[in-house]
Design a binder for this molecule. Structure first.
Ligand code: GDP
Ligand code: MG
Length: 162
C-alpha cells in the first residue's frame, strides 16, 4: 500500500487548501469557517511517479474538548495511523500556544514529522518563518496553498521522509 502522510494543524491554518494544492486538484473542502471539514479524508496523491496517500485531518469540533486538546488528539491519531505527519502552521499568524502544544506531542512520537508554514504568498513573511524553528521540528518549509508557491519543493521534501 502507498505510504500515508497526515496533515495536521489548527482549524483555518490552510490544511485543506494545501492538500488540494499538493493533489493538484480541488477536492478537500475549504471554508472560511474554522473546523468545517468534518471528516478525516484520504486522497491518492502522485508526485515524481511515486504514489502516497494524503489525509486531511481537519475534522473535529474544536468546542467539544477545547481547541488545544482537540488538536493534540488529532496529532496523536495522525501518528498512530500515518507513516509521516505534516504540521501546518499559519505563517501570517506565527506559532500560537496551540501550535507549540501540538509540536510537543509530535516531537514525543516516533513518526517522522515535517513542518510547513503556509499562507506564504510572497517574500514578506521571511523573518516570521525563521521564528518557527523554535517549534523544534526542524526547518519550516514555506508554502502558499492558495498560489502554489513552494509546493513542488514541499512535495520533494515529503517524498524524502515517506
Ligand atoms: P483548514 O481549516 O486548515 O483546512 O483551512 P482552509 O484550507 O479551509 O483555509 C482557511 C482559510 O485560509 C480560507 O479562507 C483559505 O482561503 C485561506 N488560505 C488557505 N491557504 C492560504 C494561502 O496559502 N494564502 C492565503 N492568503 N490564504 C490561504
Ligand atoms: Mg479543512
Amino acid at each position: 500500500p502507498a505510504p500515508v502522510l497526515a496533515v495536521v494543524g489548527r482549524p483555518n491554518v490552510g490544511k485543506s487548501t494545501l492538500v488540494n494544492r499538493l493533489l493538484g486538484r480541488r477536492e478537500a473542502v475549504v471554508q472560511d469557517i474554522p473546523g468545517v471539514t468534518r471528516d478525516r479524508i484520504a486522497y491518492d496523491a502522485l508526485w515524481n511517479g511515486r504514489r502516497f496517500t494524503l489525509v486531511d485531518t481537519g475534522g473535529w469540533e474544536p468546542d467539544a474538548k477545547g481547541l488545544q486538546a482537540s488538536v493534540a488528539a488529532q496529532a496523536e491519531m495522525a501518528m498512530q495511523t500515518a507513516d509521516a505527519v505534516l504540521l501546518v502552521v499559519d505563517a501570517s499568524v506565527g506559532a500560537t500556544t496551540t501550535d507549540e502544544a501540538v509540536a510537543r506531542v509530535l516531537r514525543r512520537g516516533d513518526v517522522p514529522v515535517m513542518l510547513c508554514a503556509t499562507k506564504v504568498d510572497d517574500d514578506r513573511l521571511t523573518s516570521d518563518i525563521a521564528s518557527l524553528w523554535r517549534l523544534g521540528l526542524g526547518e519550516p518549509h514555506p508554502v502558499s496553498g492558495l498560489h502554489g508557491r513552494g509546493s513542488g519543493d514541499l512535495l520533494d521534501r515529503i517524498l524524502d521522509i515517506l
